[in-house]
Design a protein around this ligand. Sequence first.
Ligand code: ATP
Length: 260
Amino acid sequence: MPEAPPQDPPALHVEGLDVTYGRALSALRSVSLTVPPGAVVALLGANGAGKSTLLRALSGTLRLHRGTVTAGRVRYGGTTLDGRDPVAAVRAGVVQVPEGRRVFAGLTVEENLRTGGLGLSRREPALVREARDRVYGLFPVLAERGRQAAGLLSGGEQQMLAIGRALMAAPRLLLLDEPSLGLAPRMVVRIAEVIREINAQGTAVLLVEQNAGMALSLADHAYVLDVGEIRLSGPADELAQSDAVRRLYLGETTGDQGAA
Ligand code: ATP
């Protein structure tokens, strides 16, 4: 019977990462970033800055998008993640919720959750039950709607389901790609509360957001990506005071898209 080894929670270290798509398009250049154990780290940046690319490089999904790591390293504790596949990342405890709350619309809520726990179910049914209880505790609405087709849920509920499905794999580091995108303000507040709760339960979070106000209010530390390079980084409360962040990402300019 596989027992959970008592281990210190790992840190994520990204060092000097270069990523290209095809032969020509350089999407990330020399990106370094750390997510300490148990932390919430925000990754901010405009459209096309490379935020999703970085998450893909961590979750082993880059190759599915025809991207390649051409330099640098990704380590999670003692595990090397660059050049690995999504199964290796999930096994190491790193799980991504992709942008766009992709759920299986034709499957029920329960079935969607079950797909997230597939890696666990072979190991230990009790872990699946534990993970499902955690998800239903965080999102009671998913328990109420368990038998409904996921396509019938509201946008906010689908985002909850997408997060819930990732939690079914019992991540130690959750990668969230724009969870507030397109949601009503009330739902953005709810999602922020849930992220706080997930973190309080011991899961570290790397949060990609264009909604800088929300992300900086949750994060301990933040990085700003600008056209493939880290432009700024620091404690989230300090970045929230920085002129550049206030001007570019906190709505002190016209055309801000952050406050959904
Ligand atoms: P958004 O918020 O719009 O998703 P982002 O910061 O997540 O932006 P990425 O999606 O990582 O940015 O894109 C970074 C760069 O890589 C952009 O120039 C984008 O056009 C390019 N890119 C992203 N995915 C691919 C792909 N599959 N093939 C080729 N180029 C891509």
